[in-house]
Ligand binder design. Structure first.
Ligand SMILES: [Mn+2]
Length: 297
């Protein structure tokens, strides 16, 4: 039997009123359809626990991002088993949480959660792009007999929303064909990204995005030597500083309306990836506070 453990608060910061906080941390530890290494349901707990070790001063930003007010939601107790039912719950919870006054950060869980989150965003916001950072294009119509597999995470969204993918280094022939048929999906393959990673490439990516952007980040977008704690690792991939450079420019130039970070699957006894994931979230909070906050007021 799984033991119930309440979620720690991000950074060990005291729980405050979600109305007073600008940043909201929401955990969706869904794991039903993972196909390779299991464990992504343990992701939020591991990342939040590791966040207790963060230095709250950020040397790059010369700022204390935590002063923005961070509220960590307690465990939202999703149903177990039926993925479609869980997606409905995620859609409803997300819809009730999101607005222009708060910056929501969703922690997975498998990538399937993004499907429910984007249903809610699609209802509330118009005219936004999805920036999808991932090793895999996740555009399959169906996988292992279901449309709710993590390998299909972005397919439903791609039918109505503009998607810009970065870091892709694994895709099926069916997905390649699908992308070719669509004019709303732009793919920056990893091999090309690595060939010409510089500011003009980042400018190209920014040009492909609308003014409002939702980001979905699969931790396997990173090179697995830096981030081994993922369910479906792929060689190659972005470095810590490449991801930060891209995110920094997106926060500087666009209005980011939310982000999810998914597929983190902790490795027992190896603490570094948990801490890296927590640090990444804190960097995102720092960029939001420094570069984006005023765009929402
Ligand atoms: Mn992936």
């Amino acid at each position: 039997m799984q033991q119930y453990r309440p979620l720690p608060s991000f950074g060990g910061l005291p729980f405050t009123n979600p109305e007073k906080a600008k940043v909201l941390i929401i955990s969706y530890p869904l794991e039903v359809t993972t196909t390779y290494k299991k464990g992504t349901k343990e992701g939020p707990q591991a990342i939040l626990s590791a966040s207790y070790n963060l230095e709250l001063y950020d040397e790059e930003l010369d700022d204390i991002p935590a002063e923005i007010g961070i509220y960590t939601y307690p465990d939202l107790l999703l149903s177990l088993g039926n993925v479609e039912k869980v997606l409905e719950e995620i859609e409803e919870l997300t819809f009730n949480i999101i607005d222009y006054d708060h910056f929501p950060i969703f922690i997975g869980g498998e990538h399937t959660i993004t499907k429910g989150i984007l249903r809610a965003y699609n209802k509330k916001y118009k005219h936004f792009s999805v920036l999808h950072l991932d090793a895999h294009s996740d555009l399959r119509n169906e996988y292992e007999g279901t449309k709710n597999n993590h390998a299909c995470a972005l397919r439903e969204a791609s039918e109505t929303l503009d998607i810009v993918q970065v870091g892709i280094r694994s895709m099926s022939e069916e997905e390649k064909k699908y992308v070719k048929e669509r004019d709303n999906i732009k793919v920056y393959f990893d091999y090309k990204f690595q060939e010409r990673f510089n500011t003009t490439l980042i400018e190209d990516i920014l040009k492909s995005l609308k003014d409002e952007v939702y980001i979905t980040l699969d931790f396997d977008v990173f090179n697995p030597a830096e981030m081994p704690a993922v369910g479906t690792p792929e060689p190659g991939g972005l470095s810590w500083y490449q991801v930060l450079s891209l995110l920094r420019e997106v926060f500087k130039n666009k209005k980011v309306i939310g982000i999810d970070l998914v597929e983190f699957s902790p490795i027992p006894g190896l603490i570094y990836p948990d801490y890296m994931a927590a640090r990444l979230i804190y960097k995102i909070i720092g960029y939001y506070k420094k570069y984006s906050l005023e765009k929402r007021l």
